[in-house]
Design a protein around this ligand. Structure first.
Ligand SMILES: [Zn+2]
Length: 166
């Protein structure tokens, strides 16, 4: 199992220089990360059955798909998405699907069961999620909201208020 320190280094390596906005938006993280590596991450809202996990990562031919529980709060949504992102950057096992967008939720949930993430992987994904959300909260407290204007963003970057984000 990787240590918390190793996971922190992994997060630094993966999310550095993504030019993310504050307040933090997990969907934007996925979009920018996908664009940089040249393989999209599509984040899709889906009513998932009660008693099933709230998030699901499926691997398509050309993109990764994160499904998240539609019937939940925005905060919970962010946590679900960033947790799946954690599995992805940690290189955990995933479910391959031919046409993931067409997978009905029951099958998607069954597929998730088949992946059988062990506790170690769950712990790592949760750690990654809390590291990134922790940075986002800290940067948000210091820098507030990211300026819309490019030159203001440059000033924010220069002042260091967006460290780890810009
Ligand atoms: Zn998980």
């Amino acid at each position: 199992m990787r240590t918390a320190k190793a996971l922190r280094r992994l997060c630094e390596k993966e999310v550095r220089s993504l030019d993310l906005d504050l307040p933090f938006d997990a969907v934007q993280l996925c979009e920018k990360y996908g664009a940089r590596r040249g393989r999209d991450i599509l984040v899709i809202s889906q009513p998932l059955p009660v008693g099933m996990p709230n998030g699901l990562w499926l691997v398509g031919d050309d993109a990764d798909y994160f499904f998240y529980q539609a019937n939940t709060s925005r905060l919970h949504r962010e946590q679900i998405i960033i947790h799946e992102f954690g599995h992805l950057i940690a290189g955990h096992q995933h479910v391959a699907a031919e046409n993931p967008v067409e997978v009905p939720p029951e099958e998607a949930a069954a597929a998730l069961h088949r992946t059988c993430y062990d506790d170690e992987h769950e712990w790592e994904a949760e750690m990654i999620a809390s590291i990134i959300l922790g940075w986002a909260a800290k940067a948000g407290a210091v820098a507030g909201r990211t300026a819309k204007h490019d030159s203001l963003r440059g000033i924010q970057r220069a002042l260091g208020g967006h460290s780890r984000w810009l």
